[in-house]
Design a protein around this ligand. Structure first.
Ligand code: IPD
Ligand code: CA
Ligand code: CA
Length: 266
């Protein structure tokens, strides 16, 4: 039987191959298409995905793949890779150096390995189930900061925020008043890696996709943090409301989201 770490090492190789390519094309002229009003896809997203998928399938030809930019045959393998080739595409397309790739492996529906790689900083975040989370080989743990008023949070806004009421604006205002600060950096996978690393104390967002969160959710949990839905219930990566934190401020975050939903947040 293959150890989780053997899978992880192949995901690390794939993310380094993609990261080297992303760096080589960064801030160059790119072919860009629109997937929606605000949602871009560049040639680098597509080629990064091709490189990652090619590497993984060369090692594990019978595994299933779910990735943002392509459709892949689902053969019903118990092993499924979940891939965001470039998380932070808007940043990338604007030459704003804040993006990563995110690669996770599920076995029988359980997250067992995850890699998030920021090639600009050369920061490689990794996690395997039951074995912890690491940054460039150094073990990570979530912050011990509390209460919410002392905390730094991350979030983002959905691409359809101009046209759909579920836009995160009211939550943002409430947390901006109650927390020390909020960063809207533009790459949800890195936000989650930063919660795992204790650089952010909490993160929430809505309408994220499985490829945005799969690696990061495992990372936060393996670093000792907590991940739930907005109402505090069990989270799975196909749920579109996520709260991730160091655990210590989790109830405060869930309570704040409930107050906003109830229209009583101050
Ligand atoms: C996006 C980023 C962003 C988040 C968006 C995501 P993409 O992913 O993670 O931070 O706010 O909701 O869709 O499009 O850059 O892969
Ligand atoms: Ca993404
Ligand atoms: Ca993406």
């Amino acid at each position: 039987m293959i150890a989780y770490n053997d899978y992880l090492l192949e995901a690390v190789s794939a993310s380094r191959i993609a990261g080297q390519y992303q760096k080589s094309r960064f801030a160059s002229t790119l072919d860009i298409e629109m997937k929606g009003d605000k949602n871009l896809v560049t040639e680098v997203d597509k080629e990064s995905e091709r490189l990652i998928v090619e590497h993984l399938l060369s090692r594990f030809p019978d595994h299933d793949i779910v990735a943002e930019e392509g459709e892949y045959l689902q053969a019903g393998s118990p092993c499924r890779w979940i891939i965001d080739p470039v998380d932070g595409t808007t940043n990338y397309a604007h030459g704003y150096p804040w993006f990563c790739s995110s690669i996770a492996l599920e076995i029988e529906g359980e997250l067992v390995a995850g890699v998030i790689y920021n090639p600009i900083y050369d920061e490689l975040f990794t996690a395997t189930k039951g074995e912890g989370a690491f940054l460039n080989g150094n073990r990570l743990s979530v912050s011990s900061r509390m209460p919410l008023s002392n905390s730094l949070l991350g979030t983002g806004f959905p691409y359809d925020c101009a046209t759909d009421q579920a836009n995160n604006f009211a939550n943002f205002i409430a947390f901006q008043k109650s927390a020390r600060g909020i960063r809207r950096a533009g790459a949800a996978a890195l936000d989650l890696a930063y919660v795992a690393a204790g650089r952010l104390d909490g993160f929430w967002e809505l309408k994220l996709k499985a490829w945005d969160v799969a690696a990061g959710v495992l990372m936060v949990r393996e670093a000792g943090g907590v991940v739930t839905t907005f109402d505090g219930s069990t989270y799975d990566i196909f749920n579109d409301r996520i709260v991730a934190s160091n655990g210590l401020i989790h109830d405060s975050m869930v309570n704040m989201l409930a107050s906003v939903t109830a229209g009583v947040a101050n």
